[in-house]
Design a protein. Structure first.
Length: 318
């Protein structure tokens, strides 16, 4: 399993669940989220089973269970397959068929399309394979609604477009690792300059995607103002990477990788905040403005703690 990846999967899945226009039984919601977490861990286990030879060659993955001898490949395979089956069946039992099918699609796509087919064959591996990492908010939405609509698709697009710029920045920082493992990441196949250009292009493409919820009347001006600020800063960071990637700039690149995670986390937290605001407006006659402001303040404090927790987890990337 990959705990850091699982934490982000759970986080985005919960966002999809919370902003959906339907209520879910608390116990069923918790058990459904746990099933999604188990499915994420199962996909990670199968990824490490298949890539154990590569993991042993890379400094950032050489301490995983199989390269260190804590588990055998057979044990990882059995664990990955069994937990995949259990997670899908559990989600079907506690939620609905649509959620289970989307989770199954996510696992199969990550293992067969990304891990087995694309990763060792094309520098576009992370572009196409990123679809698997972008599906959790869709799963969260389907847990609540039992269907798929435009709203979760927009959440999918935000994460899908965000993924390449993040992973290519990481590949610039870990180029030697990917060279040793002979993985055709973009810096190796096309060079650093092309990679920097593509990182910037995807950061620009991300900007309209994060603004779409406002222009489709899903969220208010509050969402627009925060999203524009974060989006402009995100592009600014990638402009700096594009124009100057000397050895001294690597520290800035690491900070950019962390900000990319922080950026996605803030956008999803804003979505939850906005949905909470919309629901509160329906009962405004019974809630004072002062009490509502106090509630938002409490949410902001919790949001900051959650973001800080994510940043602390990301320190392990260094």
């Amino acid at each position: 399993m990959k705990p850091r990846v699982m934490s982000l999967v759970i986080f985005t899945c919960v966002v999809g669940l919370l902003i959906a226009p339907a209520k879910v039984n608390y116990l069923d919601a918790i058990l459904s989220i746990l099933a999604v977490a188990l499915g994420s861990g199962a996909a990670g286990a199968l990824n490490m089973w298949y890539e154990s030879d590569l993991d042993s060659l890379m400094s950032r993955t050489c301490l995983r269970p199989i390269p260190t001898g804590k588990l055998t490949r057979k044990q990882a395979f059995i664990f990955g397959v069994s937990t995949s089956i259990i997670s899908v069946l559990a989600l079907y039992f506690f939620s609905n068929l649509v959620s289970a099918l989307v989770l199954l699609t996510t696992i199969l796509f990550y293992v067969f399309v990304y891990t087995i087919w694309l990763k060792r064959k094309t520098p576009q591996n992370i572009v196409i394979g990123g679809a698997a990492g972008a599906l959790p908010p869709v799963i969260g939405w389907t847990i609540a609604t039992g269907g798929i609509s435009l709203e979760p698709i927009i959440l999918f697009l935000i994460i899908f477009i965000w993924t390449p710029s993040h992973f290519w920045a990481l590949s610039l920082y870990k180029t030697e690792d990917y060279k040793n493992a002979k993985i055709p990441m973009l810096p190796i196949t096309s060079g650093i300059n092309v990679t920097k250009l593509n990182i910037f292009i995807y950061s620009v493409l991300l900007f309209p995607a994060i603004l779409a919820p406002f222009f489709l009347n899903y969220f208010s001006f509050f969402y627009l103002s925060i999203s524009v600020s974060l989006g402009v800063y995100y592009m600014y960071k990638h402009i700096l990477v594009a124009i100057n990637l000397t050895p001294r700039a690597y520290n800035g690149l690491k900070e950019g990788i962390k900000f990319a995670h922080l950026y996605k986390s803030k956008i999803t937290l804003i979505n939850v905040h906005e949905e909470f605001l919309n629901k509160q407006e329906m009962v405004m006659s019974r809630v004072s403005v002062e009490k509502l402001q106090e509630t938002f303040k409490n949410i902001s404090v919790k949001a900051k703690k959650e973001i800080q927790h994510i940043i602390e987890d990301l320190d392990g990337l260094d």
